[in-house]
Design a protein around this ligand. Structure first.
Ligand SMILES: Nc1ncnc2c1ncn2[C@@H]1O[C@H](COP(=O)(O)OP(=O)(O)O)[C@@H](O)[C@H]1O
Ligand SMILES: [Mg+2]
Length: 323
């Protein structure tokens, strides 16, 4: 597959998803960019904003296997990974595969499950493999998790620990529909609600193999110059040295920003990364990795604000302003 074809197909993919998830193309593009680098996505926002809808629509249009796990307080690790059962007649153990054996795993309301179950997903998210009773099984490519969580102020939740947050390539907020027109269009789309799943009629545009090819294009054919790597490195170091920060973005955060910036270049039809690709994703890739000192957090300072200010005081290195 050539870059031009990939670029055009990606445009069609965004359009098709926009036909059911209405009024926020920016978030569709960001989710797709993350998927292109096999990145785990965390949707953090209030209920009813279309998180489940968007995740499902993405899986369908990309022609990927999709499973959904509703996280609840009594969910066990085996409910995600699977278990081995003894088959008397065969004299062997048989693996009953859990929902993790898929391409897109929607971990819905992940902060409603206790930490032990949340962390059962850790190995899968990071290593793309799972260990069940001592035996390791690789997962098919692509594999990524789209987790949703309601903002932590809501009661009865277990906020994700730092180690787990760091494994999400990006954290995205969907937000409320921006215009009255979008709001009306959402209502219109559901005038008939007999078919309660708006994604049911959505046809795949590509298949798994084609999507993997696109991922390879991002990896191999999109160029990022050294000056921009320096820019990313400076961003994360500047965020770390902010006096209000207890723990700043990890190197994994820098890698996440680099990867997703490359994917964005392809989405924009370029074979090279611009500073704007980095800027566009800095908050999404870094803010959730910032731990604000309690005294500042108490005053309402957030990771988002820290990264926004870091962007303002970090200049783009000479030679990286674009071609
Ligand atoms: N941006 C949107 N475009 C189209 N429908 C939407 C949108 N936001 C919400 N909806 C409607 O609201 C319903 C609830 O969305 P859902 O994905 O279940 O929300 P969440 O998972 O965020 O709680 C969807 O089935 C859809 O009908
Ligand atoms: Mg939902």
């Amino acid at each position: 597959m050539e870059l031009k074809e990939a670029f055009e197909t990606l445009g069609e993919i965004v359009d098709r998803i926009s036909s059911v998830y209405i009024g926020n193309e920016a978030v569709i593009r960001k989710t797709l960019a993350a998927a292109l680098v096999n990145g785990n996505v965390l949707f953090e926002d209030y209920p009813g904003l279309g998180k489940t809808l968007l995740a499902k629509a993405l899986g369908r249009v990309l022609g990927l296997k999709y499973t959904r796990v509703q996280f609840t307080p009594d969910l066990l690790p085996a409910d995600i990974l699977g278990t081995k059962v003894w088959r008397q007649n065969l004299g062997t153990f048989e693996l009953i595969k859990g929902p993790v054996f898929t391409n897109v795993l929607l971990a819905d309301e992940i902060n409603r499950a206790p930490p032990k179950t949340q962390s059962a997903l850790l190995e899968a998210m990071q290593e793309r493999q799972v260990t069940i009773e001592g035996e390791t099984f690789p997962l098919e490519r692509p594999f990524f998790v789209i987790a949703t969580q309601n903002p932590i102020e809501l009661e009865g939740t277990y906020p994700l620990p730092e180690a787990q947050l760091d494994r999400f390539l990006v954290r995205l907020r969907l937000g409320y529909p921006k215009t009255l027109r979008d709001e009306v269009e959402i209502l219109e789309a559901r005038l008939s609600w007999r078919k309660d799943d708006p994604t049911a009629d959505l046809k795949p545009l590509i298949d798994r193999e084609t999507f993997v090819e696109m991922q390879e294009l991002v990896e191999r054919r999109i160029f990022i110059e050294r000056a921009l790597l320096e820019y990313i490195a400076e961003l994360i170091r500047n965020a770390r040295s902010d006096e209000r920060v207890e723990a700043g973005p990890s190197p994994r955060g820098g890698i996440a920003l680099m990867k997703v910036a490359k994917a964005n270049a392809l989405l924009e039809g370029r074979d090279f990364v611009l500073p704007d690709d980095v800027k566009a994703y800095a908050i999404d890739a870094l803010a959730h990795r910032v731990v604000v000192r309690p005294e500042y957090a108490f005053e309402g300072v957030t990771g988002e604000e820290i990264i926004r200010e870091t962007l303002r005081r970090t200049s783009v290195p000479k030679g990286a302003e674009g071609r």
